[in-house]
Design a protein around this ligand. Structure first.
Ligand SMILES: COc1cc(/C=C/C(=O)SCCNC(=O)CCNC(=O)[C@H](O)C(C)(C)COP(=O)(O)OP(=O)(O)OC[C@H]2O[C@@H](n3cnc4c(N)ncnc43)[C@H](O)[C@@H]2OP(=O)(O)O)ccc1O
Ligand SMILES: O=C(O)CCC(=O)C(=O)O
Ligand SMILES: [Fe+2]
Length: 361
């Protein structure tokens, strides 16, 4: 339900209060029918999107057909993409298309709830840290806000138990998507580990590679001045792997680390976008790349995306794997407690690839 125009916030303080503290989110702000972007969302020029910074060749991010997981060519393509681009899309991956459609629909349903319903899941009101509705990235620490709302759901070891606290309007669909993507995550990890000469994923490695997960339901409302702001600023994920479902609107861009230009990741029907996160870059001693990416704001359409962040457990100590270092190569990263790494990530605004400096040897 759109709020009445009489509560249109006028001062900078009221905008923050309306969006963050009152839980309307940026979706509530967009629905006020603003003609121009509030100043809090204006990004510095260097963070805005410029088309002359976009790679002309748009076919660069590989799309890999996973029909035959055991094909050595498939394994090679996955490992090569993880080393070179840090990003690839997969098709024929085995997650049913209705599961993907259902979770996108459920995301829209959650955001259509009245603000007071969504606000129940805000940091201040949520009954659990496992469920958090928020806006932007970390509004307390950011110089400029990002044009995005999110619902973040922590997936503990017992998936069904964790989900009991999730909003009923999207619970089953989010759960189904997490469960259905699990075989994909396990098979991708096995391929990537083989590519590092890791023969067996024992209990300790399994915990470090995929011991916890977080699913985010992202909503990017239509924006009055998309050229002045961002949907998500430049960052790399802190996960080991991220499995991202995007709708058909587009707007995700990945850094080409050779040219430093931005490459669009075009929506491909039924596909999942896979990207390497910092935790896997650290464990692989830099062999697999966690690459900077960002999302543009859109002046014409609302957009949703649903990333599953596959993570170590918060208490795990992560560092380069012994198998990677056994040839005597130089260690690029020290061991860090994953929780400390995540807390560092969330203690500041998005700042490109700077987070990984925290773990530099
Ligand atoms: C929002 O835009 C985003 C989000 C992302 C997200 C990427 C990921 O989620 S990658 C995976 C991160 N790893 C985990 O979430 C592991 C599981 N986490 C935990 O178990 C805990 O959060 C913890 C790391 C162990 C810390 O627990 P605790 O000590 O109880 O503290 P918290 O209150 O949970 O959090 C501390 C601090 O971090 C911020 N924060 C934590 N989780 C989130 C989240 N999911 N979304 C946003 N912010 C989060 C939060 O600001 C907390 O600070 P406060 O000052 O608010 O207390 C990628 C890109 C995006 O644009
Ligand atoms: O919405 C997207 O396409 C990507 C979002 C993202 O990068 C993130 O949530 O970490
Ligand atoms: Fe990301």
């Amino acid at each position: 339900m759109a709020p009445s125009v009489s509560i249109l916030p006028s001062s900078p303080l009221n905008i923050l209060d309306f969006v963050v503290n009152k839980g309307h989110g940026v979706k509530g702000l967009a629905e006020l029918g603003l003609k121009s972007l509030p100043s809090q969302y204006i990004q510095p020029p260097q963070e805005r999107f410029e088309t002359n910074n976009e790679e002309a060749n748009q076919d660069l991010i590989p799309v890999i057909d996973m029909s035959n997981w055991d094909d050595p060519k498939v394994a090679r393509a996955v490992c090569e993409a993880a080393r070179k681009w840090g990003f690839f899309q997969i098709v024929n991956h085995g997650v049913a298309s209705h599961v993907l459609e259902d979770v996108k629909d459920a995301t829209h349903r959650f955001y259509e709830l009245p603000a007071e319903e969504k606000h129940k899941y805000s940091k201040e009101r949520s009954v659990s840290n496992s469920v958090r509705f928020g806006t932007s990235f970390t509004p307390e620490a950011e110089n400029a806000l990002e044009w995005k709302d999110y619902l973040s759901l922590f997936v503990a070891a017992n998936v069904d138990e964790a989900a009991s606290l999730w909003p009923p309007v999207c619970r089953n669909e989010a759960l189904e998507y997490v469960k259905s993507s699990e075989p994909v995550v396990k098979k991708l990890m096995a391929i990537l580990m083989k590519g590092l000469n890791v023969k067996e994923i024992d209990e300790n490695k399994e915990s470090m590679l995929m011991g916890s997960k977080r699913i985010n339901l992202n909503y990017y409302p239509k924006c009055p001045n998309p050229e002045l702001t961002v949907g998500v600023g430049r960052h790399s994920d802190v996960s080991t792997l991220t499995v991202l479902l995007q709708d058909d609107i587009g707007g995700l861009y990945v850094r080409n680390t050779e040219t430093m230009k931005w490459i669009h990741v075009p929506p491909v029907s039924g596909s999942l976008v896979i990207n390497v996160g910092d935790a896997l870059q650290i464990m692989s001693n830099g062999k697999y790349k966690s690459v900077e990416h960002r999302v543009v704001a859109n002046g014409n359409s609302n957009r949703v995306s649903v990333p599953i962040f596959v993570n170590p457990r918060p208490s795990d100590v992560i560092g380069p794997l012994p198998e990677v270092l056994q040839s005597g190569e130089k260690r690029l990263y020290k061991n860090v407690v994953y929780k400390d790494y995540v807390m560092h990530f969330f203690s500041k605004g998005h700042d490109g690839k700077a987070t990984v400096e925290f773990a530099k040897a």
